[in-house]
Design a protein around this ligand. Structure first.
Ligand code: ZN
Length: 136
């Protein structure tokens, strides 16, 4: 079995921003040469999350609306007494910091409207993304 790792970074420009990382993950899988196996995408951060869904401008606005309804940016939070980003930690806790996808015949299996999206809840900042490909 082959084990291949790749790390890349993405930089957000706004406080809350959704970044499409599908191309980076697909490139890592291609580079790995793995035809059948699994790809693990891991985000070593406590104020960002991953999800797989559609990427177009209007649904992006709707994601922003959802984030604000789930955890208002200007709420009254205990953590803000020591660090001004409680809302980002709380939102990240509702999302996953990892994603596992199947690779079949050299391609990641995903739905037509399933892009791999990174949600930064505490930007602007640079985020590390670790990709681990397992298989043969
Ligand atoms: Zn904090």
């Amino acid at each position: 079995m082959k084990v291949f790792t790749r790390e890349f970074t993405v930089t957000s420009r706004g406080r809350r921003e959704v970044i499409n990382i599908t191309d980076y993950v697909e490139a890592a899988v291609r580079e790995s040469g793995v035809r059948n196996g699994l790809v693990l995408v891991f985000l070593p951060h406590a104020t960002a999350g991953l999800f797989a869904n559609e990427d177009e401008p209007r649904i992006r606005k709707d994601y922003e609306g959802l984030f604000e309804r789930l955890v208002p940016e200007n709420g009254d939070y205990e953590h803000n007494k020591i660090d001004n980003n409680a809302d980002a930690h709380l939102l990240a806790s509702l999302f996953k910091q990892f994603f596992v996808l199947p690779i079949i015949d050299g391609r990641i299996v995903r739905g037509t409207w399933q892009e791999i999206l990174l949600a930064d809840f505490d930007g602007p900042r640079t985020r590390r993304v670790v990709v681990l490909v397992l298989g043969e």
